[in-house]
Design a protein around this ligand. Structure first.
Ligand code: 5AD
Ligand code: SF4
Length: 461
């Protein structure tokens, strides 16, 4: 019998990427091999995102292509839809795309083997969009990760905020957190397996609570032996309090890129969006971060939506001026996209699509100027970098990330790649791209990424 193969296509956030790692691991345990060729795949899964309309439409146009592949093989192919489109549309997917065999909701990953088994046994189309909050609990060895440096741990799922533009509470359910002892135990196991970096995941990661709060969990994570960095996505500004920021200051393994999604710089629009802060309260957080992290290199990033219903031109300009006032190192910006069932649907005063796209362009160009200057200011400064990729023979053979999450390409005489893979190095920044840095190795070695967080300037190599 020939080997069975699977292909998983992933859209969306880090949580979806992690779910893909889990599904790949599950299929691997069932004896499936990964393939990157559509024509070789016996099981083809789309792990989908529904955050904006475009993302959802992409799924159905992709399904159209897969339908043709299935027809070529006289139906001998399993096509599955997982992720947020599956959770949101359920059996509606079968109506729109009757050749789909499997619809797997965001809380049903553990049922995948059983459902695939039933499909092989010709027991008809399979659907599971039930709510099973325990679905994220998989033994550490199950997820099939693309790297042996970085591993993800889901610490909470869901969202209770109901921002009026957002579909997440409908696709990922209410907030629920994993016991902190389990999280730390899993981190210890992963560190024991050689992982150097842990990324904690949650739709509102810093709203985490299970007998201890997020700050306390970070302190526990900082004490896990063998780890170099602890990252976390995606935080909500409302839970970025002084305790969390002081924890970041005190715990050298905790990443110092602060993602503070503002969404808008105008208080009336923020209120309409159901965010729990005004522009002024948001700025108070920024000032607090600057004050507490003084002397520690950190970066600030944000998400923005332009063209929210009723956003007047001058209100949009408040978002532009917020970029200047904060000085972000990077932003992720989007044109508002109406999502079914969300609170904002009731607003009739939508901004024309062309105007939304115009505002988006202005915002992005403005950020580009700010970003160029901020990146340039890093040149000639030192940076500690955890190497996660080694490409011998290339001009910049070492690639890694700083504590504040900037990608750095480093010139070096590599020799044995094992000398560098997963190791911390000290670098002098020599140049920048828009989102990345270039650098060269400094002569003094370092033991750990966090061993010289505030060291003085490096001048020679
Ligand atoms: N339209 C456009 N952007 C959205 N986001 C969330 N919902 C929408 C929507 N309906 C953006 C927000 C969020 C990021 C992940 O996606 O900026 O922070
Ligand atoms: Fe997309 Fe949100 Fe679902 Fe992530 S949780 S896949 S961003 S809709």
């Amino acid at each position: 019998m020939t080997e069975k193969r699977y292909f998983i296509e992933t859209w969306g956030c880090q949580m979806n990427e992690h779910d893909t790692e889990k599904m790949a691991g599950i299929l691997g345990e069932m004896g499936y091999q990964a393939t990157d060729k559509v024509e070789d795949a016996d099981v083809y899964l789309l792990n989908t995102c529904t955050i904006r309309e475009k993302a959802e439409e992409k799924v159905f146009s992709r399904l159209g292509v897969l339908k043709k592949e299935k027809e070529k093989r006289n139906g001998d192919m399993i096509i599955g839809v997982a992720g947020c489109v599956a959770q949101q549309n359920g059996g509606g997917i079968f109506e729109r795309a009757p050749y789909v065999d499997l619809v797997l909701g965001t809380q049903a990953l553990k049922q995948l083997p059983d459902m695939v088994g039933k499909l092989h046994g010709h027991q008809g189309r399979q659907l599971n969009v039930a709510k099973d909050p325990e679905n994220h609990l998989f033994p550490s060895h199950v997820p099939k990760r693309g790297t042996s440096i970085r591993a993800r741990i889901t610490i909470m799922e869901g969202c209770d905020n109901y921002c009026t533009y957002c579909i997440v509470p409908f696709t990922r359910g209410r907030e629920r957190s994993r016991p902190w002892e389990d999280v730390v135990e899993e981190a210890r196991r992963l560190a024991g397996m050689g992982f150097k970096e842990i990324e904690l995941l949650g739709q509102n990661v810093n709203s985490y609570f299970s007998t201890v709060n997020f700050a306390r969990l970070l302190r526990e994570m900082n004490d896990v032996p063998g780890l170099e960095t602890v990252r976390y996505v995606s935080p909500h500004p409302k839970d970025f309090d002084r305790e969390v920021i002081e924890t970041i200051r005190d715990c050298p393994k905790i990443a110092t890129n602060i993602h503070l999604p503002a969404q808008s710089g105008n208080s009336r629009i923020l209120k309409r969006m159901g965010r729990e802060y005004t522009r002024e309260l948001y700025m108070d957080k920024v000032y607090m971060i600057r004050e507490v992290l003084e002397g520690i290199p950190f970066s600030l990033t944000s998400d923005f939506i332009v063209g929210f219903p009723g956003e007047k031109e001058h209100e949009f300009w408040d978002t532009v001026t917020l970029l200047d006032e904060v000085g972000y190192d990077r932003i992720f910006s989007f044109a508002y996209s109406e999502r079914p069932g969300t609170g904002a649907v009731k607003h009739a005063d939508s901004v024309p699509q062309q105007e939304k796209m115009y505002r988006l362009k202005i915002l992005q160009q403005h950020q580009l100027e700010i970003q160029k200057a901020r990146m340039q200011a890093r040149v000639d400064n030192p940076a500690n970098v955890l190497i996660d990729t080694v490409k011998p023979g290339e001009e910049y053979p070492l690639v890694g990330r700083t504590r504040d999450n900037l990608l750095v390409h480093i010139k070096a005489d590599v020799g044995e790649p094992e000398r560098f893979y997963g190791k911390a190095v000290r670098v002098r920044v020599t140049g920048t791209g828009l989102h990345t840095l270039r650098g060269e190795l400094c002569p003094e070695p370092i033991e750990h990424l966090w061993s010289q967080p505030n060291a003085p300037e490096v001048t020679t190599v």
